[in-house]
Write a protein of this length. Structure first.
Length: 120
């Protein structure tokens, strides 16, 4: 998949995360789409757990809950995964595409600058 096609597909992806991912991609961020589909149900469960963990650890994210809801309701047996790595702002975007790569089912972003706490 080429950059311009992915930018176009992101027009219909999740609100906040999709827009931020599209901007990063249009600005030249690194991206990769893996061609082999993976099973959607285990992936959905994994991201449900990751959403809870990110929330508990207060890791800044974009569209995590929305993406999990979209994954849960997409009705697809398989998905294709992709990433967009943005440096400014430092975000890792996880993309979930339909098996034929014709649409972005969900998109979420996780800050590359994890919140660090210091002991008192």
């Amino acid at each position: 998949m080429d950059r311009e096609t992915l930018v176009q597909l992101l027009n219909s992806a999740g609100r906040e995360a999709g827009h931020a991912c599209r901007r990063a991609l249009a600005a030249g961020a690194y991206f990769e789409i893996w061609p082999d589909p993976v099973e959607a149900l285990p992936l959905t469960r994994t991201y449900q757990r990751r959403a809870r963990l990110a929330h508990r650890l207060e890791i800044p994210s974009l569209g995590f809950e929305e993406a999990v809801a979209q994954l849960s309701s997409c009705g697809l047996e398989h998905l294709i995964l992709g990433i967009v790595a943005s440096t400014e702002p430092a975000y890792h975007f996880q993309l979930f595409l339909s098996p034929d790569a014709s649409r972005v089912v969900a998109c979420l972003g996780v800050s590359g600058r994890a919140r660090h706490t210091t002991p008192d």
